[in-house]
Design a binder for this molecule. Structure first.
Ligand code: SF4
Ligand code: WCC
Ligand code: FE2
Length: 623
């Protein structure tokens, strides 16, 4: 029991870990244990298998200090880091491209499965990117926007359009460093090229390009994903919902959507809400059909449609272990292959939907822009059939769900503030809100599940720092009750008074991982309003329990945009002193911000608060 409490702070996780063990489900924690001790070369970034003269493992200062080709530790560490950033940026941006292809299909009347739900935003974004919209039909505007954005992925002249959301000083800095991102695909491809044997050997040059790749994600691929998802599925508005495994229903057909893109999950939602399907479920003996989310596609549905959230990254196997889930419908990213043996212990089925992500052992029912409605219908019928096979004696829904608020897009935040940023800026200037922190990223079995997310958030709000949360971090905050206005009682007096006046929580759910672009955009808006650079703002970021290559890209685009970022898991760069020093310090002289690493959330909070105070002082604001 004590051992289980060491793994997660969440009651639902603790109960389910025990049940999983009883039911013979192997979890991520079991496999993590089986992997110990993990490779120390890889951990430090000192192994390379970029060519077949290798693989090479470097022992700096010893006989084996160079790879077969002669590459040293600095080069190898920087190359490995760069490839990680490229993979992360590719994942976010390829997700963005899928939204773009959907918009393109809608614009060309090539699909009946999707439509444009936020025409006002379509026009606003088109105008922002220089498209004339007056007197044009909605679909014509959509077509022109899609064409323009398709170019952002390839080779185009100039820089990615949304970088104009950054203040001019920042863009000039990027230009002077030659890291203002061009085409999204181009930056990723160039990283693959540079890290091929015999190309870029200079760690500084590699890291600068890594920054450029990450910027093409944050201000490019991710931002496109966010804005187009809003246009297609609606811009989020404050909404109340529920979170944790208690959102599963004992007497209903339970369908979980897992992955990232709203394209599949929104189609599933439409089918779940269909009256005929609900009748069909009732005929099968259920009380209805219950849809809940996992990870980021869960965040997408929660933000826009108020669909309840079952859990974050480390909860995905445990959700299946409830024995109450009929179908897990996945698209891509962060879906552990370990879900397959887990679901084989129950009547549960996993369905893959993307040609990019097939899992042996899962059934593949491919979704595309044209067939999404009919495929979703098929899946709902399948779930209803599976419900009949559910073994009620093996069902355990461990807890009651916790209420949470969601839906805080920048548009919604502006509206809550009465239409302008002025009240937020006033609160920051007066010190009622001392600063803003973005808490993002995953879970990692290296860290006690959700402990860092929750402890750090509590520490920050206590110090009058408004917290914006995304991804799996947001799910942790929601489960801890921090996403309800009542949580203002845990905030410092200043933040608490602001929350009470606006009836908002002290920590705001701003979306999925691609929605970190909302935080970048907000930083850009505030910096422009104040006439300063983003690196001058009293803001800080953190990925306390990150695991994914996408999180590396996110961390780096925040830093490259001027936001000091504290990591709770050490990246695999410690094998190079040069690269480590640059990341933890040297970058400040280059881009005005750097990383910090600490595993103790209290220390992490201290680092972030000190940074925010330093920035306040520089802006002549009361500390
Ligand atoms: Fe070894 Fe160099 Fe090949 Fe890497 S690129 S595997 S260091 S020989
Ligand atoms: Ni985004 Fe991290 Fe969750 Fe996956 S879903 S686990 S990248 S935070
Ligand atoms: Fe290794």
């Amino acid at each position: 029991q004590e051992e289980i409490e060491e793994l997660s702070i969440c009651k639902d996780a603790q109960i389910m870990i025990e049940k999983a063990e009883k039911d013979g489900v192997v979890t991520v924690w079991d496999r993590f244990k089986a992997q110990q001790p993990q490779c120390t070369f890889c951990k430090q970034g000192l192994s390379c298998r970029n060519c077949s003269m290798g693989p090479c493992r470097i022992l700096p200062g010893k006989e084996r200090s160079l790879g077969v080709c002669g590459a040293n530790a600095d080069t190898i560490v920087a190359r490995n880091f760069g490839r990680g950033v490229a993979a992360g940026a590719a994942a976010h941006s390829d997700h963005g491209r899928d939204l773009l292809e959907t918009l393109d299909a809608v614009a060309n009347s090539d699909t009946q499965s999707y439509e444009i739900r936020d025409v006002e935003k379509l026009i606003r974004i088109a105008n922002e990117l220089g498209i004339k919209t007056e007197g044009k039909e909605t679909l014509q505007i959509a077509k022109e926007l899609a064409d323009l954005l398709l170019e952002e992925f390839g080779i185009k002249k100039g820089n990615i359009g949304f970088t104009m959301r950054a203040p001019e000083v920042r863009r000039k800095l990027w230009d002077s460093l030659n890291i203002n991102p061009r085409g999204i695909d181009r930056e990723v491809v160039e990283m693959m090229h540079r890290t091929h044997m015999g190309v870029d050997q200079d760690p500084v040059s590699l890291l600068l390009h890594a920054a450029r790749v990450s910027l093409s994600d944050g201000w490019g691929g991710s931002m496109i994903a966010t804005e187009l998802s809003d246009i297609l599925f609606g811009t989020p508005k404050p909404v109340e919902s529920k979170v944790n495994l208690g959102v599963l229903k004992k007497d209903e057909v339970n369908i979980l959507v897992h992955g990232h893109s709203p394209i599949v999950s929104e189609a599933v939602l439409t089918a779940v809400r269909d009256k005929n399907n609900i009748e069909m479920a009732k005929a099968a003996g259920a009380n209805g059909i219950n849809l809940a989310g996992l990870c980021c596609t869960g965040n997408e549905l929660l933000m826009r449609q108020g669909i309840p959230m079952a859990g974050n990254h480390l909860m995905t196997e445990l959700a299946i272990a409830t024995g109450a889930v009929e179908l897990v419908i996945v698209d891509y990213q962060c879906i552990m292959p370990g879900l397959i043996p887990a679901m084989n212990c129950y009547h549960t089925k996993m369905i893959t939907t993307s040609p990019k992500a097939k899992f042996p052992g899962a059934e593949h029912i491919e979704f595309n822009v044209r067939n999404a409605r009919t495929q979703a219908q098929k899946l709902v019928e399948m779930a209803i059939e599976l419900y009949k096979k559910r073994d009620k004696n093996r069902v355990l829904i461990p807890v009651e769900p916790v209420p949470m608020m969601s839906g805080f897009s920048n548009e919604a935040i502006l509206q809550a503030l009465g239409g302008s940023l002025a009240p937020l800026l006033d609160a920051i200037k007066s010190g009622k809100i001392r600063g803003v922190a973005g808490l993002v990223g995953c879970n990692n079995p290296r860290r006690k599940h959700d402990y860092c997310h929750v402890t750090l958030t509590k520490e920050l709000i206590k110090n009058d720092i408004l917290v914006l949360g995304t991804g799996c971090s947001a799910v942790a905050m929601g489960k801890a009750g921090l996403y309800m206005p009542e949580a203002a009682s845990l905030a410092g007096p200043g933040l608490s008074s602001v929350c009470k006046a606006l009836n908002i929580p002290p920590a705001l759910h701003v979306g999925s991982c691609v929605d970190n672009s909302r935080i970048l955009h907000l930083c850009g808006l505030v910096a422009k309003e104040l006439g300063v650079d983003i690196s001058d703002l009293p803001v800080a970021g953190s990925a306390p329990e990150w695991y994914s290559e996408k999180a590396i890209s996110i961390g780096l685009y925040f830093v490259a945009s001027g936001v000091y970022t504290v990591l709770g898991v050490t990246p695999n760069i410690t094998g190079s002193k040069l690269v480590t020093d640059l990341a933890l310090d040297g970058l400040t002289n280059v881009v005005g911000a750097c990383f910090a690493v600490d595993t103790d959330p209290h220390k992490m909070a201290e680092l972030m608060i000190n940074h925010i105070n330093k920035k306040r002082k520089k802006l002549n604001l009361p500390v």
